[in-house]
Ligand binder design. Sequence first.
Ligand code: GSH
Length: 217
Amino acid sequence: MSPTITAFKQSPDRGRGLARDTRVRWALEEVGQPYDVRLVSFAEMKEPAHRALHPFGQIPTYEDGDLALFESGAIVFHIAERHAGLLPADAAARARAITWMFAALSTIEPPILDLQTAKIVEHDKAWSKERLPLVEDRIRDRLGELSIRLGDADWLDGGFSVGDLMMVSVLLRLRTSGLLDEYPNLSAYVARGEARPAYKRAFDAQLAVFTAASSGG
Ligand SMILES: N[C@@H](CCC(=O)N[C@@H](CS)C(=O)NCC(=O)O)C(=O)O
């Protein structure tokens, strides 16, 4: 039996691959694990049946037999642990790859999410214009540090790993802000991630859902 993940019936990002099911799809594609998708509307996500899987009423979730998981980081980590391909065999390198996954989620993603909040939720507040540069500078601080660490390497620690999968997924959220362009090595890093055949399959699959929904399919 293939695992089942949940994704938006109609993604607010209009199929740009920013919803967090994309990173789960990408991990599944990297390891060659087929999967099923159950699409949920915003209303369905808040129903008890979905909340039994995800206490916060969100996507993505992951079900495999008796196991039900939520949180994209936990899901991707589980996939990486169960299959070869996303975690190095060497114990120390494996620990470092996991460290980068956590860094993506707990050090890099929060200021990026703050920018989204500032632009989407707070844009009509009187103080919004004053706050925005502060939010952007906090992102620049992190990107500058990450850029120095990456240097001219292809990936964060040797070969491509789950750490890169998560870091690229998080950085992709910055594309329209222009901030990523200020760090050419990070832009190139993200482009390398997007060029992976597994990423392309994941992206196309989520885009197909949006395209079908928009055409009434
Ligand atoms: N930390 C969670 C965040 C999940 C999350 O924010 N999901 C979004 C889609 S990317 C969602 O379901 N938003 C709808 C909502 O919160 O009502 C994760 O990484 O899975």
